[in-house]
Design a protein around this ligand. Structure first.
Ligand code: ADP
Length: 682
């Protein structure tokens, strides 16, 4: 049986002039115990009706009701069953109601004696969600509203309502309930008519009333103290969790995301964003954000800083700027009237519905690292609380430290990489010098010693000795030459001679150079796939372009079998560059080495075991040259023995117009320069 009528409501309807009062749970517990004690310590035989919201609340009082039942046989206890509570007529009447019954939300105790009467008729108020989290706090926070009084008329009315209800739940008790009516309710004052009863403040018993007021006030203070303690604790937890999370990471993006997420959720703001910027930046990109549901995202948006009075003030004062109401803020209004920036700023506020704004600069030792912003976006603005501002400040400080740490770590990693590369270069250099210089030197020495010690050596043999010594001297010269070229390129000691050239002519020249250099060897077939007519002219130093092409072709020949193929292709890149590709069907390059092949002295098999000759400086030189004209060079290979492709880009001449004799110009210029380069090297 479940009844939806509220007893509190029913009682208030028949007692006009009475207003429900608010009671904390602890006050009600004290009051009901006092009322029960009155029964236990008096000689009266009263009617006692107690209604508990749930069986477990009744269980705590069961022993008292057993004692009360020894005083009077008119005791009724009601509760919503949880385990074994049910209708029974043992020491006293127990009455079970459904958990859906309104009684499950109410708490009643009615006592009608000959000498005294009292009633407590209350209903529980639901707690706001923020107070529901913690179980212990929730119990002390529970609040009820209703009537507690010694007024006999009100108590009689309450008893009647309760007895009528019990008769519905347990009709078999009709006779006993009838007795209760006769004994306690059929007194002079009617229980059916609606009467005007004075407010409880005029209730006789001022002492008790005052006591209850004190009890309530004490409880209220406790509640407030608990609340502020809980809020403080929550903020401390939030700060700790942000600190913890940002300290655990050295990844800038992660640090920023954790900070906005936790802060946004913790303070329940509509939008929390963070962007990195410096004092003089005019615009920043919103790196990370937290947004509440239904709030417009600004992630990745360009955020105007120049002319933003809040940003400027925050940078100048190095302090957090809070705007409670953007529509009424002086700084905002002042700039809003300005053309350009003002309009932009006004649009920003409107577009992103920023009604209250908190702008927190992230400084580290006076250096601005970024800004954190909190936006409230509802129509009704809010006032930023000093506690919240202090919390956001503390978080901004932590984020600053974490960002600096992450930056330092990234620098350290870069430095480590550079050191590793340097170390690789150093060991390669030692190996190269040991092998590439000492080997030819020894050969030269042996040849010359033989020539000197054997004057009668047959002329053919002495010719072989001389040729060997000369070719090894050439090998050494090449190494020294490459070494000097690279240091001049790296040190900026090269004079660049820009010319307008046709790329295909340079390719032809490079191919013929390579063929001339390797006359005695059988080379793979070299196909030139360029279509000169379609290609724009390039603006470049022709000598160095031929140098790059020749080095790539040399490598392709070196690492491809004679029956393999080499191809040169050129295409425009759509933009302002031309892309040249030298591909071969040779031994290929491991994916992991595609970048390291450009390191100085890199050689796949190591300098000491190399069979193909070379210095390990060719590609490093190519990269320096291409870098110097603003292009890029990179390698591609499907893997070992599956060929390689070397690509590089060249800037196209602006306002392209084809020159009539570019090739001669390139050739002439190249041979002239070669001379001058050599002169410098010597
Ligand atoms: P080297 O004088 O040793 O050729 P490079 O700097 O020109 O020096 O080349 C560095 C290394 O890159 C070579 O030793 C080789 O291991 C690899 N390499 C360069 N070009 C090719 C290619 N076309 N095919 C396969 N490997 C290549």
């Amino acid at each position: 049986m479940s009844i939806s009528n509220s007893v509190v409501q029913q009682l208030l309807e028949t007692c006009t002039g009475w207003r429900p009062q608010m009671y904390f749970k602890s006050s009600l517990t004290a009051l009901s115990h006092a009322m029960e004690d009155l029964v236990l310590n008096d000689s009266d035989t009263p009617l006692v009706i107690a209604s508990f919201q749930r069986e477990r609340f009744y269980r705590q009082e069961a022993h008292r009701y057993r004692r009360i039942s020894r005083k009077t046989n008119q005791v009724y206890v009601l509760a919503a069953p949880e385990t074994d509570f049910g209708n029974s007529s043992e020491d006293y009447e127990t009455v079970a109601f459904e958990p859906t019954d309104t009684l499950a939300q109410e708490w009643h105790l009615v006592i009608i004696g000959q000498n005294y009467s009292s009633c407590l008729i209350c209903r529980e108020k639901s707690l706001p969600t923020t107070e529901r989290k913690d179980g212990a706090a929730m119990d002390t926070n529970r609040r009820f509203e209703g009537i507690w009084t010694f007024d006999r008329t009100v108590a009689l009315r309450a008893a009647k309502i309760m007895l009528d209800r019990i008769a519905v739940y347990r009709p078999e008790l009709t006779a006993k309930i009838g007795q209760a009516h006769d004994l306690y309710l059929s007194s002079k004052k009617g229980t059916n008519d609606t009467v005007h009863i004075n407010s409880p403040l005029t209730n006789p018993d001022p002492f008790v009333q005052r006591l209850v007021t004190y009890l309530q006030a004490g409880q209220y203070k406790l509640l407030k103290a608990n609340k502020s303690l809980a809020a403080k604790q929550q903020k401390e937890q939030l700060l700790n969790s942000v600190n913890d999370a940002v300290r655990r990471s050295l990844n800038t993006k992660q640090i920023l995301q954790v900070a906005v997420q936790k802060l946004g959720e913790g303070l329940g703001v509509c939008r929390c964003i963070i962007y990195r910027c410096h004092e003089n930046d005019t615009v920043a990109t919103v790196d990370r954000e937290f947004i509440g549901s239904g709030i417009k995202s600004v992630r990745g948006h360009k955020w105007q800083l120049a002319g933003n009075p809040l940003f400027e003030e925050a940078v100048a004062s190095t302090e957090t700027i809070s705007v409670d109401n953007t529509l009424e803020d002086e700084r905002v209004n002042e700039i809003a009237s300005e053309k350009g920036t003002g309009e932009f700023f006004q649009n920003l506020i409107q577009n992103y519905s920023i009604s209250s704004w908190l702008l927190v600069p992230i400084f580290y030792y006076g250096r601005l690292l970024g800004v954190m912003e909190l936006h409230h976006c509802a129509a009704e603005p809010i006032a930023w609380k000093p506690d919240d501002i202090a919390l956001v400040d503390a978080i901004a400080t932590q984020v600053g430290v974490a960002l600096i740490q992450a930056e330092a770590y990234a620098d350290l990693e870069d430095l480590n990489e550079q050191l590793e590369a340097l170390d690789r270069t150093r060991s390669n250099l030692v190996a190269i010098v040991g092998h590439e210089l000492r080997t030819p030197l020894s050969t030269i020495q042996v040849c010359l010693e033989s020539l000197a010690s054997e004057p009668d050596m047959p002329p053919e043999l002495s010719q072989i000795m001389l040729d060997t010594a000369l070719s090894d001297a050439e090998r050494m010269r090449n190494l020294v030459q490459d070494f000097l070229t690279l240091s001049r390129l790296e040190g900026g000691g090269v004079e660049w001679n820009l010319e307008t050239l046709s790329i295909s002519e340079c390719i032809d020249l490079a191919v013929s150079n390579v063929k001339a250099r390797n006359q005695e060897e059988e080379l793979p077939q070299i196909n030139n796939l360029t279509t000169p007519k379609d290609l724009p002219l390039v603006q470049i130093d022709g000598e160095w372009l031929v140098e790059v092409l020749a080095k790539l072709l040399d490598n392709a020949c070196k690492f491809t079998q004679a029956d393999g193929k080499i191809a040169i292709a050129v295409k425009t890149n759509g933009g302002n560059t031309i892309e040249v590709t030298v591909s071969d069907t040779g031994r290929g390059i491991e994916t992991s080495s595609l970048e390291t092949v450009f390191d100085r002295f890199y050689q796949e098999e190591g300098a000491l075991r190399r069979s193909a000759g070379g210095t390990g400086l060719g590609l490093a030189i190519c990269r320096q040259i291409v870098k110097n004209w603003g292009g890029e060079i990179w390698a591609e290979s499907p893997g070992k023995d599956r060929g390689s492709k070397f690509h590089f880009t060249i800037p196209i001449k602006a306002m392209n117009q084809k020159s009539q004799q570019p090739a001669q110009k390139a050739t002439k210029s190249r041979s002239n320069k070669k001379k001058s380069n050599k002169k410098q090297d010597n």
